[in-house]
Write a protein that binds this ligand. Sequence first.
Ligand SMILES: Nc1ncnc2c1ncn2[C@@H]1O[C@H](COP(=O)(O)OP(=O)(O)OP(=O)(O)O)[C@@H](O)[C@H]1O
Ligand SMILES: [Mg+2]
Length: 277
Amino acid sequence: MDQQTALDEYAVDLEGCSKEFTTPGGETYVAVRDISLKVRPGRFVSVVGPTGSGKSTILNMAAGLLAPSEGTAKSFGQPVKGVNRRAAYMFQQDALLPWKTVVDNVSLGLTMAGAGKAEARTEAQRWLEKVGLKDFADRYPHQLSGGMRKRTAVAQAWIVNPDILLMDEPFSALDVQTRQIMENELLALWQESGKAVVFITHDLDEAIALSDEVVILGAGPGSTVVGSYEITIPRPRDLLEIRDDPQFIELHREIWGRLRIEVSKTYQTSALGGGAE
Ligand SMILES: Nc1ncnc2c1ncn2[C@@H]1O[C@H](COP(=O)(O)OP(=O)(O)OP(=O)(O)O)[C@@H](O)[C@H]1O
Ligand SMILES: [Mg+2]
């Protein structure tokens, strides 16, 4: 975080944001309505909600990839205009370039920002070591396992030292064990980093285990924030054990009680053929 960042500034600051899309049939579809999402530096916030409720839309507004139809998107006190340069984005499908080696994929963000090739490569090697891929630097993405590809994507996002990490279901394609290992590694990197994280997931267990706050998005169309919960489970947390923690179990019961209502609304709408997707 740079020196000018005042402590009271939000890293992510969506205020009264709505987003409308025009459907292929020419109709207006309101995806999200009046969303306020504020994330301070150093906070880990997850957004959960049924499919189609606008989770990716919200992340895209924070990233500057989509402009809100109404409301304002700010980052560290400044309106987000164009791509938010203080944020790194981890997509659900990793965005590795198939024709570049692992080390070149990881150093890309630095070279694009103007760093010298040798310097970027050295830094990329350092990150590969951190994420356990030291011996895989010269492989191509298709020669990696799913977990290794995710590790590469993590290194790719972190090497540019962003103030904000926007993560859209980054681990959902992984098997349960690999996923828990990746979650633990993410928390170890994030802890004390001062970075703000907005983490999108379908999985309430994952959201509670990782976060300081879990935000629930209601069923669409016109999804709004229907609940926000502080997760006070002490850190550091061991994600391989946390699901047995009584505090975790209680929070899960409470939040699932709310989320379940939205999930079943979505299924009912779909069953009637009125779903948006
Ligand atoms: N470019 C677009 N044009 C039209 N409609 C869109 C567009 N992008 C998203 N939508 C609609 O907006 C709604 C929210 O989409 P979004 O992708 O944000 O949902 P989501 O919560 O991320 O869903 P999932 O959990 O399935 O990833 C959906 O109904 C979707 O069909
Ligand atoms: Mg999505």
